[in-house]
Design a protein around this ligand. Structure first.
Ligand SMILES: Nc1ncnc2c1ncn2[C@@H]1O[C@H](COP(=O)(O)OP(=O)(O)OP(=O)(O)O)[C@@H](O)[C@H]1O
Ligand code: SF4
Ligand SMILES: [Mg+2]
Length: 389
């Protein structure tokens, strides 16, 4: 079956399979060793880039993943595509644990999931023509055996992403940024994938071009029944394109919901802070909105805070549980929150009801692991060690 692009529709992907799970991520951890040493590398710690993520992506949907720089979005995306080996946990793609695949099975599976990168200039080899770039993946999967069919497919790919067939003979530098991203999308489509992980697909583009590329992704999804994981730090981008959104903080998901509901009823303090930073066009609405300023930087994923990872910056942090017990992503009993709305906060219900009020975040507690200096000028006291002069 083909859509108006002339390209193949992902197997089993159209509406018949709506709601069916395509990707199932369970307890996923991806830790990178921190090495030190001149002669022998010693592992002195680990960067916990992804640290216990559970999520499902349904066939035909767009799952948007947002969060600050360094929170682990790209690493999670790569782990889903089997480009980054998991330290623990599993990724099941269409019923098969991808870590169990080897050799030809892995090669065959790779055809079904592809990536679109943030910066098309650095992800496209400048020495290759567009034709060569598109043929590369097709050749690797044996999709170029019939010359006439291959030629027709290359032209279809160009037309699907809104580029003229004459562009096949050109090099990436001869295109604008938006056109290069279209080539990146055509390359991902060339092997007929079911899932595309698009990592910040429009962040390198002018705002005026961003909407065109997002619309193109949506049109292709409608026609080909594709499933997307779209990674972005910009809430406005994911809002437009996503069916569901996951908010990530320091290696973990803190909230997940249908896209519209996340914007209407944000429940996790971190999501509320992100939302309050998104400008709205109506100045009256802008003035009346909740403004939550986050104090302090994102803590290091090599040494994440105990308990709730957000507790060092959370305006709703409580004396009990927040510093000691890591909250699980759970369905919450809050008006307006549906069964698919999950939040990792011990106090989500109390915060939503207004039983707990936000307070100032103690900057000293955020920046210093030890207590503030006493007024009498005596030494700092480290919690587990000798006094620090
Ligand atoms: N190959 C690697 N080796 C060591 N550390 C890594 C590696 N890749 C990523 N990291 C670290 O893992 C953490 C998460 O990185 P990641 O690139 O997944 O974040 P991100 O959310 O995609 O950030 P950004 O929005 O800046 O792209 C960061 O602290 C990063 O420095
Ligand atoms: S668990 Fe505590 S620190 Fe974490 S988000 Fe909720 S209130 Fe804030
Ligand atoms: Mg990234």
């Amino acid at each position: 079956m083909s859509g108006s692009t002339g390209l193949d529709v992902a197997p089993g992907a159209p509406t018949a399979g709506a709601g069916e799970v395509l990707v199932e991520v369970r307890d996923l951890e991806v830790h990178f060793p921190i090495k030190k040493g001149i002669v022998f590398d010693r592992t002195v710690g680990h960067v916990r880039a992804v640290d216990g993520v559970d999520l499902t992506i349904r066939r035909g949907e767009t799952y948007g993943l947002v969060g600050e720089s360094g929170c682990g979005k790209s690493t999670l995306g790569k782990a889903i595509l089997n480009l980054e080996p998991p330290t623990a946990g599993s990724v099941v793609f269409d019923g098969v644990d991808i870590a169990s695949l080897k050799g030809e099975d892995l090669r065959q599976a790779r055809k079904r999931f592809q990536m679109v990168f943030q910066d098309p200039m650095s992800s496209l080899d400048p020495r290759q023509t567009v034709e060569a770039l598109l043929l590369e993946g097709m050749r690797a999967h044996g999709l170029d055996t019939d010359k006439a069919a291959t030629h027709a497919r290359l032209r279809e790919l160009m037309s699907a992403v809104g580029l003229p067939p004459a562009g096949l003979k050109k090099y990436p530098h001869e295109f604008s940024g938006g056109q290069r991203q279209r080539i990146g999308i055509a390359r991902a489509l060339s092997v007929g994938p079911d899932l595309i992980v698009a990592d910040e697909p429009v962040s390198a583009l002018d705002v005026s071009i961003q909407a065109q590329v997002i619309n193109l992704l949506q049109d292709l999804q409608d026609e080909l029944g594709l499933t997307y994981l779209v990674v972005a730090h910009d809430l406005a981008v994911v809002r437009h394109i996503s069916d569901r959104i996951g908010v990530m903080y320091l290696g973990g998901l803190v909230e997940e919901s249908e896209a519209g509901e996340l914007y209407a009823v944000p429940l996790h303090p971190y999501t509320r802070a992100l939302m309050s930073a998104v400008p709205v066009p109506d100045p009256r609405l802008e003035d009346s909105r909740e403004q939550i300023l986050l104090t302090g930087d994102l803590p290091s994923p090599a040494n994440p805070p105990a308990g709730c990872r957000f507790h060092t910056r959370c305006p709703w942090r409580q004396e009990t549980r927040c510093d000691t017990e890591r909250p699980q992503l759970r369905i919450v009993d809050v008006a307006g929150a549906g069964a698919g709305h999950r939040v990792a906060c011990h106090w989500a219900e109390e915060i939503a009801r207004g039983d707990i009020q936000p307070h100032e975040v103690d900057a000293a507690a955020v920046e210093q692991p030890w207590s503030a200096p006493p007024d009498d000028g005596s030494a700092f006291l480290a919690p587990d060690g000798p006094p620090v002069p």
